[in-house]
Design a protein around this ligand. Structure first.
Ligand SMILES: CC(C)(COP(=O)([O-])OP(=O)([O-])OC[C@H]1O[C@@H](n2cnc3c(N)ncnc32)[C@H](O)[C@@H]1OP(=O)([O-])[O-])[C@@H](O)C(=O)NCCC(=O)NCCSC(=O)C[C@@](C)(O)CC(=O)[O-]
Length: 352
């Protein structure tokens, strides 16, 4: 008979195998790019006005129906720190859950995980309201202090039991290293530190570690240099790129990451976003811009149900959510494609 510890190890190993499936597929077809849609979380967390739960639910549902396979739906962080994410439990309880889609929530500590577990116990839905958590820390103490009120070392110590408990419960665990290029508080970042933190997250069971250019200051050269360094300790199949577009280099940085062998890119519909603890940083690379830029390339975008993510639908969602927020979509491709569509409609009507 297996001891409970051996049983736990076996369970964890089988889960890691399942989590690894996506990577095995991507590695076999080396041109398959996975998109992690972070709009509902990273995209909305910095918004000042109250966004109704209905709008958040509708955003997630629209993204899933457009083919998004991985959606970060919200955060179980302190509502005092990030008020906009306060309604995440209600959002994920009310959203549709398509079977082929992974729905993740950001969790900063044990309390956040306990809150998620309570919700999983209460709802007991199949598929569950969330099958993945994202844990996060950073490559500088200054940023970790601002974002998590602790140091890098302490944050890793706190996250290790959180990751273990989530894995034991059958959830996938993804990790983030913020400020992988530059820190808004302490300047240029030592890429060796990024490597160490990424390795620590991978060692605690994260199936993937997303390297965040939180400030959006990266260039293709610095992004490539950083990834080269991290690859010394973490296999590239386990890495993802997360680029903010503050300096307009995000799409170029996506290509630099792909050239380094990375096959998972985080992006945000409509280019929404910004981190509350990264002053001045703009949104993530827009999902529409990534889909458009990769359209005629050797890369194929993975979507749910063996389809791809619809560019047209994503453009429409980018405009829909931006208008709900009282502005226009900042996605370059989203703006151009919408302008072309409106022009074509005008021309068609003029011919009638
Ligand atoms: C981690 C803490 C909570 C520490 O914050 P703290 O103040 O040190 O926490 P504490 O343990 O001292 O607790 C203080 C109060 O918060 C409560 N609390 C404690 N934990 C939770 C929780 N999980 N959920 C709800 N409530 C919580 C706790 O119960 C207590 O309540 P009180 O007794 O005062 O009434 C805080 O720093 C925090 O929530 N930070 C999150 C900040 C955040 O969400 N940042 C944005 C996400 S990261 C990001 O955007 C970057 C990324 C991932 O996209 C990649 C990139 O671009 O770089």
């Amino acid at each position: 008979m297996l001891t409970s510890q051996t049983a736990r190890c076996a369970l964890r190993a089988s889960r890691q195998l399942q989590c690894g499936r996506r990577f095995a597929t991507a590695a076999a077809a080396n041109n398959v790019v996975n998109i992690v849609e972070v709009g509902p979380r990273d995209g909305l967390q910095n918004e000042k006005g109250v966004i109704p739960v209905d709008v958040k639910v509708e955003l997630i549902n629209r993204l899933a129906r457009a083919g998004a396979q991985n959606i970060e739906t919200g955060s179980f962080v302190s509502p005092k720190w990030v008020p906009q994410m306060g309604g995440t439990a209600e959002v994920i309880t009310r959203m549709e859950r398509l079977p082929d889609v992974h729905y993740a929530v950001l969790v900063p500590n044990q309390k956040g995980l306990d809150n998620l577990f309570t919700l999983l116990d209460q709802t007991q839905l199949s598929p569950p309201v969330s099958d993945e958590i994202s844990i996060f820390t950073a490559a500088t103490d200054a940023f970790t202090r601002a974002n998590l009120n602790t140091t890098i070392t302490e944050s890793l110590q706190r996250l290790e039991p959180v990751a273990r408990a989530a894995l034991d419960r059958g959830l996938r665990v993804r990790g983030y290293v913020s400020v992988a290029i530059a820190c808004p508080y302490s300047g240029p970042v030592d890429f060796k530190r990024v490597r160490e933190v990424a390795k620590a997250l991978a060692d605690m069971g994260c199936y993937e570690v997303s390297l965040g250019d939180t400030v959006g200051q990266g260039t293709p050269a610095t992004v490539a240099e950083m990834i080269e360094e991290v690859k010394k300790s973490v296999p590239v199949e386990k890495l993802a790129g997360h680029f903010h577009d503050t300096y307009g280099t995000a799409v170029a940085n996506v290509f630099a990451a792909l050239a380094q062998g990375i096959r998972t890119i985080d992006s945000s519909v409509g280019g929404l976003g910004g981190c509350p603890y990264s002053p001045g940083a703009t949104g993530n690379v827009a999902t529409e811009d990534v889909l458009y830029a990769l359209k005629d390339s050797q890369y194929k975008i993975a979507g749910s149900n063996n389809k791809t993510i619809s560019l047209d639908d994503t453009v429409n969602i980018g405009w829909w959510i931006s208008e709900k927020l009282g502005r226009e979509s900042v996605s370059r491709a989203g703006r151009a494609l919408r302008a072309r569509k409106l022009r074509e409609e005008r021309e068609r009507k003029a011919k009638l």
